[in-house]
Design a binder for this molecule. Sequence first.
Ligand SMILES: Nc1ncnc2c1ncn2[C@@H]1O[C@H](COP(=O)(O)OP(=O)(O)OP(=O)(O)O)[C@@H](O)[C@H]1O
Ligand SMILES: [Mg+2]
Length: 315
Amino acid sequence: MASKGAISCQQLSKYFGDLAAVSQLDLNIPRETIYGFLGPNGSGKSTTIRMLCGLLLPTSGEAQVLGLHIPSQAELLKTKIGYMTQKFSLYDDLSVAENLRFMAQVYNLSPREQKQQLDKAMSVYRLGDLKNRFVGTMSGGQKQRLALAAATLHKPELLFLDEPTSAVDPQTRRDFWESLFDLVADGVTILVSTHYMDEAERCHGLAILDHGVKVADGSPPQLMEDIDAWVVKVEADEISRVRRHLSTLDNVISVTQLGMHLRVLLDKTISQPAVYVQQQCAPLNININASQIEASLEDVFVMATRASHPAGMAA
Ligand SMILES: Nc1ncnc2c1ncn2[C@@H]1O[C@H](COP(=O)(O)OP(=O)(O)OP(=O)(O)O)[C@@H](O)[C@H]1O
Ligand SMILES: [Mg+2]
């Protein structure tokens, strides 16, 4: 069983009335990796996570999670997984220690395990000094450390983290990701949803979701290498005029302004992308400098979701 993947699902779908929140989703997630769901609001990230946790019944399709069949064996799965919900779900009017003790009871830890795991959580997640603090008075980053401590108290093999860093600053996010890699080194598999490109880029594997559909998947370097577009950086004096002009061209998939330069995605059928941009801008009589550059994950995201977010002036 150890060689088998942590999660696989086939044609998993969830409808709310007529709305396909998740549509025909196939996944194969290896053990001891961090797998990301990257997608805009309403793309089906939380719904998928809730189905894979066994908390929400799929409309059709099935999944195997840690070797258990979902939905039929969902009850058995509950003790093997940890789930950090999108909204902070611990008790503001209990202290850190009380919250953790409560979770230890929910997970049915023996008194010995309880003590051991609480001590460990206090030190690993730097909660010792906050032990008696009411959770309602803590910062976003402190709450997040507590939420991760609570979700891992029962030593789950698989962790579901639904947008865990949406309320914390970049440094806290970095620290949090270090904790995630430590967990993976200890044998845990992690499924994490995010809106942030930098977070998605840290994952071993990634699925980009849009309107409930998986529109791309692979490792971040692979996705960037396989992108079906050229990326051209354009510097110019009248940058907004250049942007408006480029966004009207058929071969231009998207134009984004980043400070004083543009990032242009071009159809791959063009043979010399930088020269093409230069030539197309000639009638403007503006001094421009165009150069081909490597794709970023954001470029991959724009390409993958462009069917539902029409081309042009993304910014
Ligand atoms: N219980 C529900 N009843 C009806 N519609 C729902 C329900 N839960 C989710 N939806 C709808 O399903 C779609 C997917 O929602 P979901 O919460 O999975 O998206 P998400 O990717 O997690 O979004 P976000 O980034 O905003 O958290 C949305 O259109 C949402 O409104
Ligand atoms: Mg969500």
